[in-house]
Ligand binder design. Sequence first.
Ligand SMILES: [Zn+2]
Length: 308
Amino acid sequence: METEKQTKINKERIYGVSVVVFLFIVAVLSVCVVFGVITPTALLASLGADRSRCMNVDGCFSFCNVGNGDSTLIYTNNVIGMVDFGVADYSYSLSDKVRELTDDPLDFAVISHPHSDHAGGFEVLAKTVGITRLYMRKYSENELEDYQFYQDILSVAESNGVQVIHPASGTQIRYDTIDLNFYYHNLYTKEENENCLVTMASIGDTRCLLMGDSGHLTEDVLLEQVTDLKADILKIGHHGSKSATSERFLQAIDPDYGVICVGRNSYGHPSPEVTSLLRRYEITFYRTDGYQQIIFMIKDSKISLLTI
Ligand SMILES: [Zn+2]
């Protein structure tokens, strides 16, 4: 029979061995994560942890700090997509943000127009994360000063297995509970910012209007051609430039929230005219340069906000 003392010694030994084994497993898994043998999300999944990226909400719109450029992640627990890719310098941090959410490729991507502050990170994302499908306008040579950049985007897409779709204006596409409605006009203009593909993205019935760098011309056409432009969140056009966001347009969209995607710049973005207009209409607005990410979480048509 074990004495009381022996039992105590045995318990201490078992406890000691358990601690050593636990620390050894943690060390091995940490080394695997550090050296990229297993990703953090896959590790959590293998341990049976909840991989739900939306944490009890229906989906999220997340505006990423990508310098003086645009990038918005849109996701539910089942699909994930991105509208615009920011400037090239931020592409690896953008890629890391996606990898925090999924090990899979982006289900969809949109490039509003082929300028470096919107498509600069496309190549890195296509190579590191992978993209299943890309939506963008088809451009002719006389519409773009840097037509080569547009052609480069198409060849990067082709060499990385990204299917490119040029949607007609008014096209609606559904991914899980995310609806994407695309709009653009066919007016010939040399002003390239006015040739953006505008995306109205919805998670359930919560709507987010992503204007790219569109200005007053596009706004007027949208007001004329689209019957219901009301949105809960407005990605303010052209980094808050005074060439965008007319009072008439803002009244029609009637958003609760505005987001200005902006970084250090010499253009004076955002303009005081636009920020004071937003204040006058009591629209709560955020600038991406104050955060890493501004996340609008949607649950049962209600919006809650998380800033990182
Ligand atoms: Zn821009």
